[in-house]
Design a protein around this ligand. Structure first.
Ligand code: APR
Ligand code: ZN
Length: 255
């Protein structure tokens, strides 16, 4: 299967990747629905809906500050780094991710489509103010603050620029993701349960347009039934092996 997957990638015309929390698990970031996952410890209704934020913004900000601290410490793992290398090799055209941890960019990928936002961005609940705390270099200060963050423009509450349950995805990112999926002849699906839509439509759109789906996951997911190749394993290890085989395949003309 690994050989087949490497051949498909080496000969791909328009390879994309679709990733979920599983690709960041080996960087120390818990997934959502696995054992000891975030949704085992926290209730979505209390920390990840617009209603929750209206009801108790302090609790929601405690939750996101905790995640910010964890993600700030986390480093890209072999899975992220292999995708960055496939992009540098000119094979990987884009990474479409459900993750808000910024690790694909930190690994070096340039063409990253974030469907669920980014943990280091904040936006005002009233005016159009937005800030990327990494770019403004205000992350440390922001994490030390106790109180509720306020908009420097209008004084209203700031919220994390992420997509909460029941909220629409950023249209521009979603349209871009679907367009990429229509063009793709090979899609690497890494570390997602494939249960959250509309993001999870991406691999289905690839199939509908005649493309191949290669899935990497230690256990079967909602995507496995449509996967042409299922590589049972952890993202870091499996991607490292797959990349080595792709390189060998490219070297040996006969592959
Ligand atoms: N390598 C690869 N896959 C892994 C690894 C690993 N090391 N560890 C776990 N997985 C797999 C699990 O088997 C599971 O299928 O990653 C998947 C994680 O699934 P979820 O926790 O449901 O995460 P995800 O699919 O990204 O969730 C989608 O739901 O909670 C919302 O907005 C949040 O973006 C998130 C969305
Ligand atoms: Zn404002």
């Amino acid at each position: 299967m690994m050989e087949e997957a490497a051949k498909l990638i080496a000969h791909s015309r328009f390879l994309i990747a679709f990733t979920g929390a599983g690709i960041s698990a080996e960087s120390g970031i818990p997934t959502f629905r696995d054992k000891n996952g975030l949704w085992e410890k926290y209730r979505v209704e209390e920390v990840a809906t617009p209603e929750a934020f209206r009801r108790n913004p302090r609790l929601v900000w405690e939750f996101y500050r905790m995640r910010m601290k964890l993600m700030k410490k986390a480093k890209p793992n072999r899975g992220h780094l292999a995708l960055a290398e496939l992009e540098r090799m000119g094979l990987l055209k884009a990474v479409i991710t459900q993750n808000i941890d910024n690790l694909h960019r930190e690994a070096g990928n340039k063409n990253v489509v974030e469907l669920h936002g980014n943990i280091y961005r904040v936006k005002c609940t009233s005016c159009a103010y937005r800030e990327n705390l990494l770019e403004s270099e205000k992350l440390e200060e922001f994490l030390e603050e106790e109180g509720l963050p306020k908009c420097p423009k209008c004084g209203s509450l700031l919220r994390p620029d992420v997509v909460w349950f029941g909220e629409p995805l950023p249209q521009e990112a979603l349209q871009k993701a679907f367009k990429l999926a229509e063009r793709a002849d090979v899609c690497l699906v890494i570390g997602t349960s494939g249960q959250v839509f509309p993001a999870a439509y991406v691999p289905y759109i690839v199939k509908e347009n005649g493309g191949y789906v290669i899935e990497i996951n230690p256990k079967e997911s909602g995507i496995t039934p449509i996967a042409d190749i299922f590589l049972k394993g952890f993202a870091g290890e499996t991607m490292e092996h797959l990349l080595a085989k792709v390189k060998r395949c490219l070297k040996d003309k006969g592959c």
